[in-house]
Design a protein around this ligand. Sequence first.
Ligand code: ADP
Length: 486
Amino acid sequence: MSLHLKLTILHRLIISYLVIIILVIISGSYTILKLSGLNRIMTTMVTDSAMIRLSGENLNIMYAFAAAEEKFLISRDPDYRRQYEESQAIFYSKLLEMKRNAHSGEQQSLVSGIMILYDQAMDISRQISISKGQGRNNLTDILGHRTKIMDAIDKKLSELSRISARDRDDKLRLSKVISDQITNTITITVIISIILVVFLSLFNTKSISAPIKLLREKTKQIAAGDFGLPLRITSPPEMKELSDAFDVMCNRLQELDQMKLDFISHLSHELRTPLTVIQEASSMLRDGRFSVNPEKEQELFIIVEEECRRLIHSVNRILDLSRMEAGMADFSFQALSIYPIVERNILRFSPIAGRKNIEMVLDLPEDLPVVSMDMEKIGEVVENLLGNALKFTPEGGRIVVSGRYHPGDENLEVSVSDNGPGIPAEGLKEVFEKFKRVEDKKGAVRGTGLGLAIAKHIIDAHGGRIWVKSRLGEGSTFFFSLPSSS
Ligand code: ADP
């Protein structure tokens, strides 16, 4: 069986929600990862911008302090000296800031280079400040050297600004790509989640509503009297169980329906046959057709009497069963021996057995212990079992009534066996159900199918058990047991 068929409704719902939750977790983690990368890029972009700004500022400061220095050299005015010392201090503090911000190898090596050049420029400044007594040529050399250093610093600052601008632009492009990826991921996740929610909800709803619809249709069909084919819903398992139970109920209803029809047909046959015989016989008697033949007339009276008795017997059985089913049957229990009850019934049936040349054997010890029973009702059971045995045993057959006491279980067991046609295996369980008649091929044996159902009610009321063993073509043995302590 496929996994889909085995999944219960609860499991289906859990799996559906899990699929959606896992999808959201995966896309959420991916988005968070990308966002933190974007955040890192943004931070370095800010430092790149700072580098560009600082490079420009320091370039201006550098030329400002160079100009102030030259003015000082010419005028020896201490104001110019303070000015260029202040500018140098600002230049240096911005250089340190640049060192802190430098995050790429290129930036770091450029900043280090500038720092070295700056140190050299400072050395020259020191030389200038103490160059009072030096010659003009020497001063020109120092200034020429300083100009070269300044040019080198200028180049490096411009390079630093260019590199930082390039890095910032690269990062800007990368952050655009990342933000596009984030947007796409979120959009795709939302679309897939919506599709999944719709699809899974439809699938789950359908897997529940489709079998419910089938059940509803089937119920309507049955209400209209059409049993049709079994539902056989295979999934989900809860629905399968419900449908299996429903199919069992349908089968039972169908069986009961069929039993009702069978019963009506058997009963009408059972009642119509004697009534027709009585009608025929009485019209013959009224016509006086046999008034000249008193012997024949007597025979007709006997037939009418027998058929009346049969009718009363059938109607009584139906009434007995209804009373028992309604729990209205009265039982009067007494401690009795089973022997006289069996013996009396054997005597009653011996004329019929004699006519059919059937041997009736009583294999029952007279001294069986007494058990609590309703004499009349147990008599009915024995009468029914013997009557059936006689009805089904062919001419020249043999019926044996046996009995024994089981001290271990403390119960009395009586059996009636015959060598009649037997009962097919599939009919063994059904014979004790009301209206159930195991069809014989000839269909000649009459009966309402109530005798064994009544017998079962009686034995159940005694706390006993009734059962049958039979093989088709070899005969049947009906047993009943009565507890000695009931
Ligand atoms: P009925 O009153 O119509 O005989 P029962 O309830 O006594 O009905 O019996 C039910 C069915 O059990 C009978 O129709 C018959 O098919 C089967 N049956 C009962 N006793 C015997 C038997 N001794 N041999 C074969 N079939 C039997």
